[in-house]
Design a protein around this ligand. Structure first.
Ligand code: BG6
Length: 487
């Protein structure tokens, strides 16, 4: 057998994208609650009211302009207010997960359900009990919960009170939240991830015109990595058997040409976007090239002795990553293109295809990245997100024949299998968006990843009824045979 016994064949969703019930059970609003349903072409926008009464929109992760406030508008459709309604349907959904044979399930604990108004506002017991019920239900079917603490969904209360992650008060808030979770769910949850795709935060600085935000963004990222390290230490104090991982957005990057400049550009992309966080969180210290990045933006990040100590003592027990696509870069300006990121252009790789959203499909890139991670970190690896977003159609026979999704997963699992046979220390594979949910980037419900269909569209029409897609039965067989049967 290629995959070890006990390999975690999983499915993944997140609170803000699937639960809905955005103001129920004592939860306070998070930034994404103010986001609309974008489109195939554009990212969703966050809506707010300016100080002068006019309306404004911004991208996720940005902060409100001076004097502006978040507000809900009747003419905007907010897809995640209902999401997939998992808050109300989790029992029925988990029964389906069990029928498929999932070994593990990943979701997030919504911070805004546990501490809607920070530590000062106190713990919201109703939120604590909600997740206890979810985890207990999973355990009932022997499905291991692998739980993420943070997916860009802190209560907006923090932005309004502290101005966001640049303020170190956020570190204490996060550690308190993490400790509450470790303590409350001790014995129920043994595997935790601290920050989802933590590296995405600093990407806000790489595009021309955004350099001015770099110092702030890297400070936010630093505070999150320190918060994560302290949470790892706290978890081990609560229960030494708890395993806590970091989670990094992964992407294989190729040089478009053998020009050494292109090769160096591709390698520095990997350093800057993966290893900057990976090294700090898994090895416990900033890598030597961190200075090149900071100096490139014209600043130096000051790291206190105490933070250095925390980073070293709070190293992640394992590394989790997401993988959807690969990228290709060149330093040679393609015709008609403006500069995409520092010193290089993203280009289409002519050897691979892409999804409707332009995400380049590359199973070999998955294997390549698995090897890079394994060689560099030498700790257990968990693939926590891999999936294919597509428009699904209900056929005349009333079914959803999502062969394209089956193909995507088949090829990625086959590539992963080779990596495992070649010695990569991987302990799980998780299908992202296992239950249809709201796309994070585009805000659409119609960009579907699921093996379970949820009847709801971008305009809010639908019954929320669940339906198994063809990929459901296919994945059941994969799990039953521990990855031996992929056809
Ligand atoms: C990952 C996120 O980056 O990509 C998920 O962790 C997200 O939350 C997934 O949903 C797919 O991206 P999108 O934009 O298609 O939802």
């Amino acid at each position: 057998m290629s995959f070890p016994e006990g390999f975690l064949w999983g499915g993944s969703i997140s609170a803000a994208q699937a639960e809905g019930a955005f103001l129920e059970g004592g939860k306070s609003p998070v930034q994404i609650d103010y986001g609309d349903a974008g489109s195939t072409k554009g990212a969703r926008r966050i809506h707010y009211r300016n100080a002068d009464g006019s309306r404004g929109t911004m991208y996720q992760f940005q902060h409100l302009p001076e004097g502006a406030s978040y507000e809900f508008f009747d003419d905007v459709h907010y897809t995640n207010h209902v999401g997939s309604d998992f808050y109300h349907t989790y029992k029925e959904d988990i029964r389906l997960f069990a029928e498929l044979g999932l070994k593990s399930f990943n979701t997030t604990v919504s911070w805004a359900r546990i501490y809607p108004r920070g530590v000062e506002g106190g713990v919201n017991q109703e939120g604590v009990e909600f997740y206890r019920n979810v985890f207990t239900e999973l355990r009932k079917y022997h499905i291991e919960p692998v739980i993420t603490l943070y997916k860009y969904d802190e209560p907006v209360y923090f932005e309004l009170t502290y101005g966001g992650w640049e303020n170190r008060a956020m570190i204490d808030e996060f550690v308190a939240f993490a400790k509450t979770c470790f303590t409350e769910y001790k014995g129920l949850v043994n595997k935790w991830l601290t920050f989802n795709e933590i590296n995405v935060l600093a990407q806000g600085a790489i595009y021309p015109g955004s350099e001015g935000r770099a110092k702030g963004l890297f400070t936010e990222l630093h505070n999150q990595m320190v918060a994560s390290a302290r949470a790892v230490k706290a978890a081990h104090e609560v229960d030494p058997s708890i395993r806590v991982g970091c989670m990094i957005a992964g992407c294989s990057v190729y040089p478009m040409t053998p020009d050494p400049k292109d090769v160096m550009a591709a390698y520095s992309y990997f350093q800057d976007e993966f290893c900057y966080c990976g090294d700090t969180m898994v090895r416990g210290a900033y890598p030597s090239f961190a200075k090149r990045i900071w100096h490139g933006y014209g600043f130096d990040l000051e790291v206190s002795e105490e933070d250095r100590k925390d980073l070293l003592e709070g190293k992640s027990d394992f590394i989790a990553f997401s993988y959807y696509f690969s990228n290709c870069v060149t330093t040679h300006k393609p015709e008609g293109r403006s500069l995409m990121r520092r010193g290089m252009y993203d280009v289409r790789n002519p050897y691979i295809g892409a999804s409707d959203w332009g995400w380049q499909i590359d199973p070999m890139g998955f294997k390549f990245l698995l090897h890079l991670i394994n060689d560099r970190y030498q700790v257990p690896i968990l693939d926590i997100e891999n999936g294919f977003g597509a428009y699904d159609k209900i056929s005349e026979d009333g079914k959803i024949h999502d062969d394209y999704r089956i193909d995507y997963h088949r090829q990625h699992i086959a590539a992963m299998k080779e990596a495992v046979e070649e010695g990569v220390n991987l302990f799980g594979y998780t299908v992202w968006g296992f239950l249809d949910l709201v796309s994070f980037g585009s805000g659409q419900m119609d960009k579907r990843y699921g093996m379970i269909y949820v009847d709801m569209d971008d305009q809010g029409n639908g019954t929320l009824k669940r339906m198994k897609k063809d990929s459901f039965d296919w994945y059941r067989k994969v799990i039953e045979t521990n990855g031996e049967e992929l056809n």
